[in-house]
Structure formats: C-alpha cells, structure tokens
Design a protein around this ligand. Structure first.
Ligand code: 0PR
Length: 369
C-alpha cells in the first residue's frame, strides 16, 4: 500500500478511467434502459440501505410497501402483497415456489407456454418441479395444448404478458380459468409488459382474470435502476407460503429469496412510479409503440419479413446481417428462430431507428455493388 496519496489516485478513479458504462445510443435488444433521472437520484440516495433488514433500515422498508401498492395499481390489484425482487427471475422462481409449497402433491408440475422465459427452467431445477411446456399458436400459448398438459399434479399455470422474443400476450383469462378448474394457481409473467399493457386493450391483469401471482419489473419498462423486479400476490396468504423464520432479526420471518437486498432498487422504483404512473408511462408507451410500428413499416417496405409488433418490440428477419450490424456498434441480438429483435425501450428514439435503417440500407448497397 502506498502512503503517497498524491501519486496513487483513488481506486474508484482508476476503475472509472479503465471502464465506462456503455452508451445507450445503439442498444436495441436490451429490456433494460437508462433509469429515469428521478430513479437515478433516489437510487443514489438509498445506496446504503437494506430492505432485507426492515428493523434497522426502516425508511426503505416503508418505501417498499409503497412500491408494492404502486405495482398493485399498475396491475389492477387492490391491497396487493408482494415485494421488490432482484428481477424477473427471482419473482418467477418465487411464484413457482408459492405454488409448490401450497400444493399437497409430491410430484408437482408447472405448465407454461414454450415462450416462457428461461427463468422458469431455473425455477423447475432448483425447486424440483417438472416444467411442462406447451407449444404455441401464432406466438401465443395454444389453449388446447395447455389443457392437455394440465393434470391433478399441476400446481401452476403460467401465462406470459409481453413475451421476451415477440412481445405477445397469452390468453390470460382462459388460462387462469384452466388453472382454477385444476386447483392450481395462475401466474402472469409481465416482467417486461407490465408497464405498457395498462394502456392497451389486452386482458392481462388481476382485474381481468383470477390471476394469483404476477411478475412485473420496474427495472425494465418501469425505468427504475437495476435491480428492481416485482412480485405481486393476490393477498398475503400466498406470500406467506414463502416465509421462513429469521431468529435473530427484529422481524420474525422473511419471504424474499435473497437476504440483503438493494434499497437503491426499491427507492428508485418508488420515485419513478410516483413520477410517471400513469400519464408518464402512457406517453412512453405511445411513443415506443409508434417507434415500433414505424420500424416495422420501414423494414417491410424493404422486403424484410417482420413479426407484427403487438407491443413495442419488433422481430424481423434480417438474414445474415446481424453480425455486420453488430460490427457497426448496434447491440442487436437474435430470437431463437434467428430474427433480429429490436425492443423499443424508452432510450430507443426515432432518430436512432432512422440511423439503424440507414445503416441497413448502406449494408445492402454495399452488397449490391
Ligand atoms: N420474464 C420475462 C418475460 C423476461 O423477458 C425476462 C428477462 C425475465 C422474466 C427475467 O428477468 P430478469 O432478467 O430481470 O431476471 N428478459 C430479458 C432476456 O432474458 C432480460 C434482459 C434484459 C436481457 C436486459 C438483456 C438485457 O440487456 O432476454
């Protein structure tokens, strides 16, 4: 260790010189975005807090209850229970855990569409439940296929509201009914879609169907700082399925999967939801959807196959151009079927998309020459 402070810059400064966070100006396939300025300020303010210990970090614990109430408003649920999770993965794992714990069967299975996020595979693995995936019809869960997989040992039926690859919404009311007929729970994964769906005609939330649990992530379309995922349950009894005793803490039990948690995530989620819900989010949704529709039309007019953007997410078959576009700095990733996936997050502007299309044209001009 050096004692010459003048000669040795602070470690943090050295790290800052070595590494800069990426810019968002060419990020097209991420489901995260630049945190809203309010979210950023709140996150910084609450960096040194831990909602996992509400007896010590009281103010952030109170904020978390506000976060859950606000998430309840977003998802059409009065008196919601839940918490701010590390992300959609934790929320989905916990939803599967709730369903498994409350059921009597020794051989539990979860039925989900093939479009369900891979976090359900993690859930099945760590929780020892069987994951049954139903084929899709038109990018959404095929109800007949789901029905065929549901049996007496089904503890959970999962519907996706805003799928990761194509932004599709499953027939949630019918799936919730199927779940309830089978004595199972219904979970809706609206991790990404939750902050845009309230402004559409889709039936997806707690007021539209007997949904039991839901994932809705402030750190995606909600514009909160990472990490801020959301788990909601209809009533506290379901959340209580997760409780374990915490002998030496002020609080006597804990429902979260992680122990120490990010107060920054919680505070930023509350700050941005209070700022944007509902009008700000609605304006964002309209702008993002208009961008998606514009991009889809531009690509179609050039002869590319485009999957209709039901929500602000465009998947288009750009052939083998993804690698060349990545070389030009575009952060673009493919779907499993190979289409390029442009997620119209708040940082994705029309100017950016114009530049993207111009680069695509330039590539094609180069190929024709
Ligand atoms: N459910 C859905 C519908 C999702 O799309 C995702 C993530 C999750 C759950 C899991 O959420 P967490 O990643 O918060 O645990 N979907 C994106 C994906 O896996 C996540 C992502 C986000 C990927 C930002 C890239 C990125 O830059 O593709």
């Amino acid at each position: 260790m050096t004692t010459d402070k003048g000669a040795a810059p602070l470690t943090a400064d050295r790290v800052m010189q070595r590494a800069e966070p990426q810019e968002f100006s060419r990020v097209l396939s991420s489901m995260c975005t630049e945190p809203h300025p309010t979210a950023r300020a709140a996150a910084e303010r609450f960096l040194a807090t831990n909602p996992g210990d509400p007896g010590t970090y009281e103010s952030v614990a109170a904020l978390e209850r506000t976060a859950v109430d606000l998430l309840g408003q977003v998802a059409g649920l009065r008196d919601p229970a839940g918490y701010v999770a590390s992300g959609g993965t934790e929320a989905n794992v916990q939803a599967v855990r709730i369903a498994r714990n409350r059921a009597a069967t020794r051989d539990p299975n979860v039925v989900a569409p093939a479009s369900a996020h891979f976090s359900f595979r993690k859930a099945a693995d760590v929780l020892g439940v069987e994951l049954r995936t139903a084929p899709l019809a038109g990018y959404r869960a095929d109800l007949e296929a789901v029905a065929e997989l549901v049996d007496d040992d089904t503890v959970l039926v999962v519907g996706v509201a805003g799928s990761t690859e194509y932004g599709r919404v499953d027939p949630i009311p019918a799936m919730a009914e199927m779940a309830s007929d089978a004595g199972a729970l219904c979970h809706v994964d609206a991790a990404w879609g939750g902050f845009v769906l309230p402004f559409t005609d889709h039936d997806w939330d707690f007021s539209d169907a007997p949904v039991d649990t839901m994932t809705v992530d402030p750190h995606k379309m909600g514009q909160a700082a990472v990490p801020a995922g959301g788990l909601l349950t209809r009533g506290p009894e379901l959340l209580d399925e997760l409780a374990v005793d915490t002998p030496y803490l002020e609080s006597t039990s804990q429902v979260t999967l992680t122990g120490t948690r990010s107060g920054a995530g919680v505070a930023s989620a509350v700050a941005v939801m209070e700022e944007l819900w509902p009008d700000g989010y609605e304006a964002e949704y309209r702008r993002s959807q208009a961008n998606a529709d514009w991009l889809a039309a531009e690509l179609r007019s050039r002869g590319y196959d485009v999957v209709e953007p039901v929500l602000p997410l465009v998947a288009a078959d750009l052939g083998d151009r993804i690698a060349a576009l990545r070389e030009r700095g575009w952060r673009l990733s493919p779907t499993e079927a190979g289409e390029a996936r442009v997620v119209c997050m708040p940082h994705v502007t029309r100017a950016m998309l114009r530049e993207f299309v111009a680069d695509l044209d330039d590539l094609d001009d180069g190929r024709r020459r």
